[in-house]
Design a protein around this ligand. Structure first.
Ligand SMILES: C[S@@+](CC[C@H](N)C(=O)[O-])C[C@H]1O[C@@H](n2cnc3c(N)ncnc32)[C@H](O)[C@@H]1O
Length: 450
């Protein structure tokens, strides 16, 4: 190991920064976050940096001199002048003060790691100065899997430390309690500020201690890169994943390998699971103590029956979280180059179910033909002819642009465009695979350009 990682307590300590440019700015930001007092020396200084330092330190406009080093605990040289950097490094080392010269490892006794800051949790990543770009890349990977709420978890556990010590004086008992807490749904509850429920798990006094939790997670429209960070985090801790038809295999591949995965959608060749069965399964699995991810295409609260599922969970007092996802409308529109609103063409957007009953789509058509709005029909392909006919009958222009997007956001995405009075014939000649989304409005015409 070339460098030993240590976390430096700089609260109220003076740090010398030499240089007044962008590089110095980034270092000063970190030092201020660490509550250090800054002594900045530079020939000239950017206004932004001067403003940033404000009350947090003293600025001297002058050439560097050895006397500036006196009384500081850390030195950072961020100038583009090689000989100044060398002198700063020499002076600091001679005085036994840690020194960092930006981008010059041979002049450093300490180097800055990539930092994931979820204070009080701090994670630092270093490649020993070999390749800072790689350190930043690894840092960004860590950043995406550590929830923001881990800070709350740390503070929660810190706040319970004394009480736990009193209840469980034996260190080994406490350690085991903590370990099993971090493996329990209590951890997620603390992350989400539900400290009362979390306490039940921490002190193991909750009568429902074996109870798990259900996460209703939006999987987005298909492209796994459209999963939210929170969805990804929960997919990584799931014991069981119940997934729908619309959840792509690529999304499932992002889940924990060991999680038990069960398909509960409707697909030809499969026995379909009723909504009631799904509700019962969710309750049963949670009562067995499992962390259950209910993975739904798009967003769970947009034509996703998420409301019905949480109704069943509430009735059985099962803890749950709802994680929004990118809905098909947002995903398909973006990937098809159709802005859902546009100052010149569309002032509002409506998400409508186009699911026909007995071949007829029953909607309040007068409202749907209002000008300057975009209509997005989910589940509308079966009723496409009825939708177009009704819109025209209620006054929408026959020439209104319309797009059908098949398998949006996936590598097999296809877009077919036309006008209200031509689209049915166009679609008849195409073999569009499900799922498909219909977008109607002047914004559709922009797809060609965008
Ligand atoms: C039961 S709804 C679920 C909607 C989902 N909760 C959402 O927010 O996107 C299913 C309909 O969503 C639309 N849909 C979902 N994913 C799609 C995709 N990748 N491409 C096109 N349409 C999609 C289709 O209209 C499909 O019939």
């Amino acid at each position: 190991m070339d460098y030993l990682p240590l976390h430096f307590n700089l609260k109220g300590q003076t740090v010398l920064v030499v240089g007044g440019g962008d590089v110095a700015f980034r270092k000063v930001e970190l030092l201020i976050a660490a509550q250090a007092h800054i002594r900045l020396v530079a020939l000239e200084i950017k206004t932004q940096l001067r403003d940033l330092i404000g009350q947090h330190g003293v600025i001297t406009i002058s050439p560097y001199d050895s006397e500036f080093i006196e009384g500081v605990v850390l030195v950072i040289s961020a100038t583009s002048n090689k000989s100044v950097n060398e002198r700063v490094s020499f002076d600091a080392r001679s005085a036994g003060i840690p020194v960092n010269v930006v981008d010059t490892p041979e002049l450093c006794s300490v180097i800055f790691p990539g930092i994931v800051d979820r204070s009080p949790v701090i994670i630092s990543v270093s490649t020993g100065g070999a390749t800072p770009v790689l350190a930043r890349y690894i840092k960004s990977l860590i950043d995406s899997v550590i929830p923001q709420g881990v800070a709350r978890l740390a503070n929660y556990l810190k706040g319970r430390r004394h009480a736990l010590k009193e209840c469980f004086p034996d260190f080994n008992v406490r350690r085991k309690l903590m370990e099993s807490f971090l493996d329990s749904p209590g951890k997620e509850m603390a992350i989400n500020n539900d400290f009362k429920q979390a306490d039940g798990y921490l002190y193991q006094e909750n009568p429902n201690i074996a109870q798990g939790e259900v996460y209703l997670v939006g999987a987005g429209p298909g492209d796994p890169d459209l999963l939210t960070l929170r969805a990804l985090q929960l997919l990584q801790i799931a014991d069981v994943i119940l997934y729908d038809n619309l959840v792509s295999n690529l999304v499932l591949e992002r889940a924990r390998r060991d999680a038990y995965k069960e398909f509960v959608g409707k697909r030809s060749g499969y026995k379909s699971t009723t909504q009631e069965d799904i509700n019962t399964m969710l309750v049963r699995l949670a009562k067995e103590g499992q962390r259950v991810v209910r993975l739904k295409g798009g967003d769970p609260f947009i034509f996703g029956r998420g409301g019905e599922e949480i109704g069943a969970l509430i009735a059985e007092k099962i803890p749950f979280q709802v994680i929004p996802g990118i809905s098909a409308a947002n995903g398909c529109a973006a990937y098809a180059g159709i802005p859902l609103t546009h100052r010149d063409y569309s002032q509002s957007v409506r998400f409508v179910t186009g699911h026909p009953k007995n071949g007829v789509v029953n909607l309040i058509w007068n409202e749907l033909v209002e000008i300057d709005q975009t209509l997005v029909f989910y589940m509308g392909m079966g009723g496409l002819a009825s939708i177009c006919e009704n819109l025209i009958d209620h006054g929408m222009s026959k020439k209104m642009p319309i797009a059908i997007i098949s398998k949006g956001t996936t590598p097999e995405q296809r877009i077919v465009r036309g006008e209200l009075n031509t689209i049915v014939d166009i679609v008849a000649k195409e073999r569009l695979e499900t799922p498909t989304l219909i977008i109607i409005g002047h914004v559709v015409a922009l797809a060609k350009k965008f």
